[in-house]
Design a protein around this ligand. Structure first.
Ligand SMILES: [Zn+2]
Length: 149
């Protein structure tokens, strides 16, 4: 039996604006208000200039696959046995200084297909059954799941 999917803001609240952005259909990442360095994952202190000045800025959900993996074992019992296999993608975002964000393959992307390193992908923000927060998911550009089509 499946429970609620464990996703959403971390206990420290640092990434809450990101999740609230997803609820509004926006991809927001942290950026330093002083030196403009992108910060992902979120941090209190800028690694570039040590400033505490935090901004959250819109990023186009479009990038290239840095890495990906297909999971065959249901490590999260909340997902249930029917959720595997699934594909997790690490995407590099040129619009955010090369920040890399994790996400699952978009609904409808064949798990057997996989991805290619460097392949162009677009993000779509999807409500997922059993999840309290929407998730950012990725589809290869030029496929039926490509939101930019
Ligand atoms: Zn900075």
């Amino acid at each position: 039996m499946s429970g609620e999917l464990p996703c959403g803001p971390a206990d420290d609240g640092l990434d809450r604006p990101h999740w609230e952005g997803l609820r509004e259909g926006r991809l927001l990442l942290q950026r330093c208000g002083r030196c403009r360095t992108w910060r992902w994952t979120p941090r209190l202190l800028c690694p570039g200039c040590r400033s505490f000045d935090v901004r959250w800025e819109d990023v186009e959900p479009r990038g290239r696959v840095f890495s990906w993996i297909r999971t065959h074992h249901p490590y999260l019992v909340e997902l249930g046995p029917d959720a595997v296999p699934y594909t997790t993608v690490l995407v590099e975002l040129p619009g955010a200084g090369g920040s890399r964000v994790l996400g699952r393959a978009a609904a409808g992307v064949d798990p057997a297909r996989g991805f290619r390193i460097g392949e162009e992908v677009v993000g779509r923000i999807e409500d997922v059954p059993g999840a309290a927060w929407p998730l950012l998911r990725w589809a290869p550009v030029g496929t039926q799941q490509d939101v930019a089509a």
